[in-house]
Write a protein that binds this ligand. Structure first.
Ligand code: 5GP
Ligand code: ZN
Length: 114
């Protein structure tokens, strides 16, 4: 399915390079970058290059392309302990209305000290 974009969406703007981001991994279908307000060092976001607000509105081929990128990021940052989170809708704490997956490393206390 062809990429879909929404002019007013900040994550669509990030994909197009209209808003700067710290890019991690990019494929034909997916873009990933560091979260601007990280919950821990290395907190990453992975977004399909298709504007859909929620996961169930996202074409399968874009969703399928997402988790392998999450895996690549987890391996690259050497995070043994981490959360992969995905919020849908206001009540579920979604703030940006372009579907996205968080990869949030959970560093050990000794890592935090360094
Ligand atoms: P949500 O609560 O919607 O699941 O998470 C949205 C995330 O997007 C938040 O963690 C927030 O820090 C991040 N975010 C919002 N705007 C920007 C931005 O312009 N750049 C980057 N890199 N992250 C953003
Ligand atoms: Zn968008």
């Amino acid at each position: 399915m062809a990429a879909k974009s929404l002019a007013s969406c900040i994550f669509c703007k990030i994909i197009k390079g209209e808003i700067p981001s710290y890019k991690l991994v990019e494929t034909d279908l997916v873009y990933s970058f560091l979260d601007i307000g990280p919950l821990s060092r290395g907190h990453a976001l992975i977004i399909p290059k298709y504007h859909a607000e929620k996961m169930h509105e996202t074409p399968d081929e874009y969703l399928s392309a997402t988790l392998p990128v999450a895996k690549k990021i987890a391996l690259a940052i050497g995070a043994d302990d981490y959360n992969v989170l995905q919020n849908n809708g206001k009540l579920a704490h979604q703030e940006v209305n372009h579907v996205h997956f968080h990869v949030i490393p959970k560093p050990s206390e000794s890592d935090d000290e360094g």
